[in-house]
Design a protein around this ligand. Sequence first.
Ligand SMILES: *Cc1c(COP(=O)(O)O)cnc(C)c1O
Length: 381
Amino acid sequence: MSADPIPFHRPAFDQAELHGAVSSLESGWLTTGPQCAAFESRFAEAVGAEHAVSVNSCTAALHLALEGLGVGTGDQVVVPAMTFTATAAVVRHLGADPVLVDVEADTLGMDPDQLVDVLSERTKAVVPVHYAGQPAEMDRITSAAESVGAAVVEDSAHCFPGTYREHTIGSLSRATCFSFYANKTITTGEGGMLTTDDAELAERARVMRLHGMSKDAWRRFASGPSTYDVAQPGFKYNMTDLAAAIGLAQLDKAADLAAQRAGHAEQYVTALAHVPGVRTLARRPDRSHAWHLLVVAIDRETFGMERDAVAAALNDRGISTSIHYRPLHRHSYYRDTYQLTDEDFPVASSAGDQILSLPLFPTMTGEQVDRVVAVLAELAA
Ligand SMILES: *Cc1c(COP(=O)(O)O)cnc(C)c1O
């Protein structure tokens, strides 16, 4: 058995990204400009949305989407307990309160039944997360949100490309937010995109992503010396052309990268079925899976070790893993601000003790997948 370490993730780049980055540098125009415009129109087309607004993170996209929907002090925004802090933190940035809901035990996606119980006239938006890359239960989440007049904003940081029933993820809800962070399914190093069919929301996000100015630098440059108006105290969330040039190259190969991830995931799921105490998450037949993450749940009794010990043992054998996530209600800020306990979120709490994300990236080899599974099988014995 080879002792070469297996990283948790490696981005998949080749000459195309290098060429994009170099041409952007050579053009002399680095900030938001023609590459961003091209990336936006190609991305909008890829997901079937009217508008795509490029930004420097998914966190920025979430913030702008909720800001544009008018979320403010006293409002509530529902988010799953099993997510990254950004999903809930942006709600706090707007002075509103995140309301956590538990997740489905088999997929770890937002539980539509639990959602119904927390909705109220204060609910301004619901933010499902497409956990690990599999779309959440969107039809039921959307109809629940609509019943109280709340908008749906998808946190699709894990899911590109994706489909849910007859829809492409990015075309389904009021707004969808994507991440191009270094380890996401396509990457620009740091970056994000907001997609929407709502022209007003898109325009508001375009203005607010760059200081609330009426014209961005490229539009100011292209039209000659001109003045601009600041109508709002905006943010500094614009994407750079350098990042967008890399994004365009990644977008070209998104389907291939997704197929590579899916191939590794199938291999994992098939092989892990024979490892006692290791459970993979459920697949739903009516939607695709972007396979951002390969998450397993380690059952301490059956496996014979607890999750943290398994992670340490894998690490000792050169295999890097991660945890997505320690649920939000266990982080001191959310726990203390909202007096949350494990009993409030039994599924997320128990998953929080069991889940482990295994190495999964396009350029990994079948031998590497085999080795991860073999080490797990050996530990379980
Ligand atoms: C990565 C991630 C984010 C944040 O994305 P950035 O582009 O790093 O801001 C938000 N939500 C989830 C679920 C994520 O995994």
